[in-house]
Design a protein around this ligand. Structure first.
Ligand code: PGA
Length: 262
């Protein structure tokens, strides 16, 4: 994982239905941009498309949408981090809100540690269901981060990506997208939790992404004003034109602020 690059993740969820369509979307995205200097693109398609998509383009890294903690065994329907590793997949989403109901916090922690043990970078999703007037959601997210990273070493922390995805901002039924100020506040909270647990030097390199109704119109705001280290994009990552626009937004960030430019 490149330290100074923004990370744009596409979470395809259970889409599209056919491999043919998946290849079309994937190559459409790959064709939409040249070599990127400041952005890393990761697409997390349904797991059964991973092997084929690997051959379509090497410009895009691949990730899974989940991984089980045990290496192998009697766990019907599960995919292990070690299996992803043998396939050459380097990333996986862990603890997405659409998966969380199946697992306890302790199991999410086992998934994170299972990934790290297998050399897979977990993209750990955290986020509250709703924003209550008493601000209990702050403690909720704090606990999610703490429990997911329990028994993770300082060294391994550098290999974890965190995505703050408030559940109320995700998908077609979203109440609204978060604001960049709301994200900034939560990313500072997450950094403080990491700081208290691991110390400042270990925390500085951890990337914190925003996810939840990211689109071509709000991407810049989250990256620039929200200071997000990247974005986790659902629906718009299935649209090559829109997703490449988001990638280019990241790549062109600050390009007008260089020493020789006005
Ligand atoms: P959305 O999904 O961008 O469609 O809201 C984001 C996610 O669930 O990761």
């Amino acid at each position: 994982m490149a330290i100074n690059k923004k990370i744009i993740v596409g979470n395809w969820k259970m889409n599209p239905v056919s491999l043919k369509e998946a290849e079309k979307i994937f190559s459409g995205i790959a064709k939409g941009f040249a070599v990127l200097k400041k952005t890393q693109v990761i697409i997390c398609p349904p797991a059964l498309f991973l092997e084929k998509l690997k051959k379509v383009s090497t410009k895009i890294s691949l990730g899974s949408q989940d991984a089980f903690w045990e290496e192998s065994g009697a766990f019907t329907g599960e995919i292990s981090a070690s299996m992803l590793d043998t396939l050459g997949v380097r990333y996986t989403i862990v603890g997405h809100s659409e998966q969380r109901h199946k697992y306890t916090d302790e199991e999410i922690n086992r998934k994170v540690r299972g990934c790290l043990a297998s050399g897979i970078i977990p993209i750990l999703c955290v986020g509250e269901t709703e924003r209550d007037a008493d601000h209990k959601y702050l403690n909720f997210v704090k606990q999610q981060v703490e429990s997911a990273l329990d028994k993770v070493s300082k060294n391994s922390l550098a290999k974890v990506i965190i995505a703050y995805e408030p559940i109320w901002a995700i998908g077609k039924t979203a109440v609204r997208e978060a604001t960049s100020a709301e994200f900034l506040e939560m990313s500072l909270l997450i950094k403080k939790v990491l700081n208290d647990k691991f110390g400042k030097s270990a925390t500085d390199t951890v990337k914190i992404l925003y996810g939840g109704s990211v689109n071509t119109k709000n991407a810049l705001d989250f990256l620039e004003n929200g200071k997000a280290d990247g974005l986790l994009v659902g629906r718009e990552s299935l649209n090559p034109a829109k997703f490449t626009e988001i990638i280019k937004t990241s790549e062109n960030l600050n390009s007008l602020k260089g020493p020789n430019k006005k």
